[in-house]
Design a protein around this ligand. Structure first.
Ligand code: MEV
Length: 334
């Protein structure tokens, strides 16, 4: 449902968008400066900014927060305004969108970049680098020590390789492909999963070899994308899922989704994002509907997403909100 227009003075509201993302290969390893591949989704979050009193609302999600009110979303909003040097008492932001939250699909980064771009635009500031820096401050509030890949993909919307020390580089994908995205229905907590991997690596130094292997798999995936070798990419998805399980970030639900996908004809499947809960991605050329049907029969929601093209995701379950947004953002619904 479309919200009523904001009651604004000055130039009027500015609307900006942040893409959801999937990590194709290299999540967690990317925190340790290994390369990783990400892809923006056409699902995402919009933000509309205008004159106001420091309120952030999402009427569709029953969310109402104030800059710096002590909630995660309020603190993130305050961080964005502070970086943009905008007086919190003078701006309001409204949010909406179609991205499942806490599903490993980059909802916090999508919110951060959409809010930062909308506020920057309405205040006549640089909606490029400065807005990106503001959204990065918000990601730190949400996740502690993010690598930056979620934000890079949320901002680009394309397929790219990300490395902390290098940044985001777009990849020329030879042929667009369809991904099946399956939602475990269990909320993921990126900060907790990243901390758990760090503890595992500190205690068991051999884990570093798993992290390096995940980076090498991501590089091999980049060349498979450039060659249009979907079979090889599928095999690499399977290897990556095994490595992520070795890092202990898979879960019974994620393993079930992966096995169901393979049983329905997928040539590769893996968890995507932080794990623990969240989502899986599967490559199943010609069998996408079989995969979605298998997942649905087992009670899991899913949708298809086009990667490497500008076509809109064809969502079989158009909303599929895995977790109510307010809870995902650390506030209660009002
Ligand atoms: C989360 O989408 C990706 C992780 O690698 C964390 C990060 O890169 O900040 C798990």
């Amino acid at each position: 449902m479309r919200d009523a227009p904001l009651d604004l003075h000055g130039d009027g509201p500015r609307r900006a968008f942040g893409h959801g993302k999937v990590i194709l290969l290299g999540e967690h390893a990317v925190v340790y400066d290994q390369p990783a591949l990400g892809a923006g989704l056409s699902l995402g979050v919009w933000a509309e900014a205008g004159d106001g009193t420091g309120e952030l609302t999402a009427s569709g999600w029953n969310l109402r927060a104030r800059a710096g009110d002590g909630t995660a979303i309020g603190q993130a909003f305050a961080a964005i305004l502070s970086r943009l040097e905008v007086d919190a008492a003078k701006v309001d932001v409204r949010l909406g969108g179609d991205l499942p939250t806490r599903a490993g699909l980059g909802s916090s980064a999508a919110i951060g970049i959409a809010v930062a771009r909308a506020v920057a635009a309405v205040r006549g500031k640089d909606a490029g680098a400065l807005a990106l820096a503001a959204a990065a401050d918000a990601e730190v509030v949400f996740h502690g020590t993010p690598s930056g890949i979620d934000l890079a993909a949320a901002s680009s919307g394309q397929v790219g390789r990300f490395q902390k020390s290098v940044g985001w580089r777009p990849i020329a994908v030879l042929q667009p492909m369809t991904l099946c995205v399956g939602l475990s229905g269990v909320a993921r907590d990126t900060r907790a999963q990243v901390d758990a991997v760090r503890r595992l690596r500190d205690r068991t130094p051999q884990v570093q070899a798993v992290i390096v292997a995940a980076g090498a798999v991501a590089l091999a995936g980049e060349s498979a994308l450039e060659r249009g070798d979907i079979d090889e990419l599928g095999r690499l998805f399977d290897v990556a899922h095994g490595l992520l399980a070795a890092l202990r970030v898979s879960s019974p639900e994620l393993d079930t989704l992966v096995h169901l996908a393979r049983g329905a004809g997928a040539i590769g499947a893996k968890l995507t994002g932080a794990g623990g809960g969240g989502a899986v991605i599967a490559l199943a050329p010609g069998h996408e509907r079989d995969v979605l049907a298998k997942w649905a029969a087992a009670g899991f929601k899913g949708f298809m997403a086009q990667i490497g093209s500008s076509r809109r995701d064809s969502s079989l379950d158009p909303v599929g909100i895995a977790t109510p947004l307010p809870r995902a953002l650390g506030v209660e619904a009002r």
